[in-house]
Design a protein around this ligand. Structure first.
Ligand code: DAH
Length: 352
């Protein structure tokens, strides 16, 4: 091959051989060496790879293709060596660093915490789990039957207006609507239906969950909140059992000397029904405190039991339901429910 017809051809070939040798030979044991290597070969403007590409025209036309391919191979070697050297350096930094000084104070990592509602919910469920209750859950999108009718709310009865409902499908016919559940009580029905498929009471469940109401938002009410429902059905369950367990619950949450009272009330699904208040001590109030309502409860109405096929002559039951936010606010001294839903880290940090 007559390379003299291309005056620079021999020099270009030599430059390629030199480049390959340099690329193979360079020692890449420090971050600086790696950086310099990258710039020397790969820099778009001053890199030696680019420089050599520009010399392709000096090579005999029939050799140009092979010459270009050789440059590309060299470039690939550079990239592979860079990658290997970077990885090796990272690995050795991890393993061969100076021995750790064990006397140094630890570095504090910011630590998340459970939301106060979650904390209150777990606390409440744990108390009842200790008394042998199982935890159950149900859907937040509910049908009219479970949320109202099966709980003895007659169609068009004003008791339905006790709870302003978000309807998803507001069916005209009875039992037809789909809605966001307004309380956790429908899960009572679902649990009893499930048990009655192939069993009998006793039934003892605690049901935490989220509920929704179409209410004006204020410091004390929000369009969504959380409840815990309790249900106990067995032979010979009485109001005395209900009072006893709620009293034990209040003592665990609010202290041994907690004062509580039962006030007669009305719920369609219990008869008799009551609301429970606890005495909230507050020096700033005249009288040194005030009664705060914490839950609703009662003996499960025989209509509700019969509706799910439980013999109300043989079995009786009690039920109760409480708002978790209310309990969390009392326990943690929070005076505006909305702050629980703002997710302001400065607020949440206080509960770790
Ligand atoms: N579901 C009622 C509400 O949201 C609370 C309630 C009252 C639940 C009495 C019960 C009960 O299980 O027995 O207002």
């Amino acid at each position: 091959m007559d390379q003299t017809s291309q005056p620079g051809a021999a020099a270009a070939h030599q430059a390629l051989e030199d480049l390959k040798a340099d690329i193979e030979g360079a020692v890449l044991d420090t971050a600086d060496a790696i950086d310099a290597y990258r710039i020397r070969y790969l820099s778009r403007k001053q890199g030696q790879i680019t420089a050599l590409m520009k010399r392709i025209p000096e090579v005999a036309p029939e050799d140009r293709k092979a010459f270009g391919q050789a440059i590309n191979a060299a470039k690939q070697t550079v990239e592979e060596r860079l990658e290997a050297a970077t990885a090796a350096l990272a690995g050795s930094a991890a393993t061969s660093a100076a021995p750790a000084d064990l006397t140094l104070p630890g570095r504090l990592q910011p630590e998340g915490s459970l939301h106060p509602i979650t904390q209150a919910q777990r606390l409440i469920t744990r108390v009842f789990e200790n008394y042998g209750f199982d935890v159950a859950e149900g859907p937040e999108i509910e049908d009219d039957w479970h949320n109202f009718s099966a709980l003895n709310f007659p169609p068009d009865h004003p008791a339905r207006d006790m709870q302003d409902t978000f309807f998803i499908e507001d069916a005209e016919q009875d039992h037809g609507g789909i809605l966001l559940r307004t309380h956790t009580s429908p899960v009572q029905i679902r649990v009893m239906e499930e048990v009655m498929k192939d069993g009998e009471p006793p039934i003892r469940v605690i049901v935490p969950g989220r509920v929704y109401r179409n209410e004006a938002i204020s410091y004390k009410s929000y369009c969504l909140f959380h409840q815990v429902e309790g249900l106990y059905v067995d032979e010979g369950v009485t109001m005395a059992d209900l009072k006893q367990i709620l009293h034990a619950f209040a003592r665990t949450l609010f202290g041994e000397d907690v004062r509580m009272r039962f006030r007669p009330s009305f719920f369609p699904f219990t008869e008799p029904s009551a609301e429970v208040d606890i005495w909230w001590k507050d020096e700033n109030l005249p009288g040194g405190g005030r009664w705060m309502e914490i839950l609703g409860c009662g003996m499960v109405d025989p209509n509700v039991l019969e509706g799910v096929g439980i013999d109300s002559e043989k079995y009786t039951g009690y039920a109760f339901g409480m708002g978790i936010e209310r309990i969390a606010m009392l326990r943690f001294g929070i005076d505006d429910i909305r702050i629980l839903y703002e997710n302001d880290v400065r607020f949440l940090e206080q509960f770790s």
